[in-house]
Write a protein that binds this ligand. Sequence first.
Ligand code: B16
Ligand code: MG
Length: 217
Amino acid sequence: MIKAVIFDLDGVIVSTDEYHYLAWKQLADEKGYSFTRQDNERLRGVSRMESLELILRDASQRYSQAEKLAMAETKNVIYRQLLSKLQADAVLPGVLDCLVDLKARGVKVAIGSSSKNAAYILQAIGLDRTFDTVVDGTCITRSKPDPEVFSQAAQQLGMAPESCLVVEDAAAGIEAALAAGMAVLAVGTAADDPRAHLAVSNLSQITTESMLQLQLP
Ligand code: B16
Ligand code: MG
């Protein structure tokens, strides 16, 4: 029986993916690298520095760690400028009803995100006091697909992994949840991932009852 739901943030609670794309695109354009929306898909759930490594993977030029940190910081400054437009209307369909219903049923809710901007985003969309715990990119040493972010969230909630359901929009996040020994509901672009136990296009397409009935095989 599921007793806690751990939500990914970007792409599950809120649609910030376009802002990530636009910010990486601006950096790539400045450096003369090609970067498409399709390339951006590979960065879902992956940390900022690992995203940069993926973008530079085929680059002929070699960069020092200091140069890479400066590039990641430039991307983040652009991303934060874009995030300044973020409001409650960016919350994805079905999210608010789902959270209200889970809390009414006494189910614990958490955030498990790779983002170091999670606190800022949650405040911008008015959900900074909603979750029982928030584990984000500032709390972890290893990013998804490592299970650390979800294991830490379960530990903080006092829940066994098999009592937790993770909601994810990224392949790296699904892998992380499975490695943590948790059930997975895939949403959005991850909905066709065969490793997920349940899949829907967005959270308005599923009842909390069916989420909670999920049993790990
Ligand atoms: P930041 P999630 C992830 O958030 C994003 O999906 C990913 O695209 C991003 O690179 C990562 O956060 C780090 O974000 O630059 O804000 O620290 O999906 O795990 O909530
Ligand atoms: Mg995500």
